[in-house]
Design a protein around this ligand. Structure first.
Ligand SMILES: NC(=O)c1ccc[n+]([C@@H]2O[C@H](COP(=O)([O-])OP(=O)(O)OC[C@H]3O[C@@H](n4cnc5c(N)ncnc54)[C@H](OP(=O)(O)O)[C@@H]3O)[C@@H](O)[C@H]2O)c1
Length: 277
């Protein structure tokens, strides 16, 4: 019997327990995955408690992805680059951190055989997930330019430093400016919370070009207003659930060393969501 969990605040909305328990069940593994609400003031004690109960591994979500680094024994190179950890594994009592959002973001692009050579990218947002996106983009060869736009301008300036340190040609735009030039980008990514459980969209359909790829990290609802607008213009769309699934699959593989049963995990998600047409 092994135990895994997710820590975050809020955490009750998390789909990770359903996804990982489905994966364990489908392979007949006697493992269980649970969610713990942990506030920022409880983080250090909670990580130590997980150590004393010999937890096999855990996921970390909002708002602890950066703060947790200081309580781990080791972190891999990608998490250090991103400055954030979302997956921890217990190796003989030592906690090692990984960032599977970085892989989770890029895999749906690879699945669609998107050519990164000369690709221009417009990224909305400068929070935790935008950091993972920037780290992902700096790991693939060929991105020609990256423009960052965020409601709080100073945060995009800060994120642009991470992009540049990691070798990307990057500039910063105000959100309104970015909307006006969105049609000129091959890939447009929404890494803000705009559209989360709402009918809002960072871009109207007139702001979107049919030859672009539009990727929304928001996965509730599955078909966000942004993706609806992009689809109406004939653009290629990438759903947030795809990243969720891929980051979960990589976490599963880090923990178990077994190839993730991605179909069982997807089925668990669509037991909650309605599958898009
Ligand atoms: N698909 C996946 O696997 C996956 C993984 C991670 C996150 N996500 C989703 O991605 C979204 C962002 O997550 P996160 O972890 O990056 O959160 P975060 O660190 O809290 O950052 C939130 C971002 O959204 C912006 N924002 C929030 N409300 C806004 C508004 N009303 N108008 C304009 N911008 C607004 C913030 O701008 P300011 O800086 O101005 O506050 C910030 O850039 C969430 O919806 C989350 O569910 C999906």
């Amino acid at each position: 019997m092994r135990t895994y969990c997710i820590i975050g605040d809020p955490v009750s909305h998390s789909l990770s327990p359903a996804m990982h328990n489905a994966a364990f069940n489908s392979l007949g593994l006697d493992y269980v995955y649970i969610a713990y609400k942990v506030s920022s003031s409880e983080l250090e004690d909670s990580v130590e408690s997980l150590r004393s109960v010999k937890i096999s591994g855990f996921n970390v979500t909002i708002p602890h992805k950066t703060a947790v680094l200081q309580y781990l024994d080791e972190v891999d190179q990608l998490s250090r680059k991103a400055g954030a950890v979302n997956t921890v594994t217990n190796i003989d009592g030592k906690f090692k951190g990984f960032n599977t959002d970085v892989h989770g973001f890029v895999q749906p692009l690879l699945n669609r055989r998107i050519d990164f050579r000369g690709l221009s990218v417009l990224l909305f947002g400068a929070g935790g997930s935008a950091r993972a996106v920037v780290t992902s983009l700096s790991n693939v060869n060929g991105i020609s330019r990256l423009v960052l736009a965020n409601r709080t301008y100073s945060k995009s300036l800060e994120l642009s430093k991470l992009a540049e340190i990691n070798g990307l040609t990057c500039s910063v735009a105000r959100v309104e400016e970015a909307k006006a030039m969105a049609k000129r980008f091959d890939l447009v990514v929404n890494a803000t919370s705009v559209g989360l459980q709402s009918n809002e969209s960072i871009l109207d359909s007139e702001d979107i070009d049919g030859s672009s790829t539009v990727y929304d990290l928001v996965y509730r609802p599955v078909m966000t207003k942004l993706l609806e607008n992009a689809r109406a213009k004939g653009a290629t769309i990438i759903y947030g659930y795809e990243m969720l699934l891929e980051q979960g699959a990589q976490a599963f593989e880090i923990w178990t060393g077994i190839k993730a049963p991605i179909l069982a995990m997807k089925k668990a998600l669509f037991g909650v969501f309605q599958e898009p047409k």
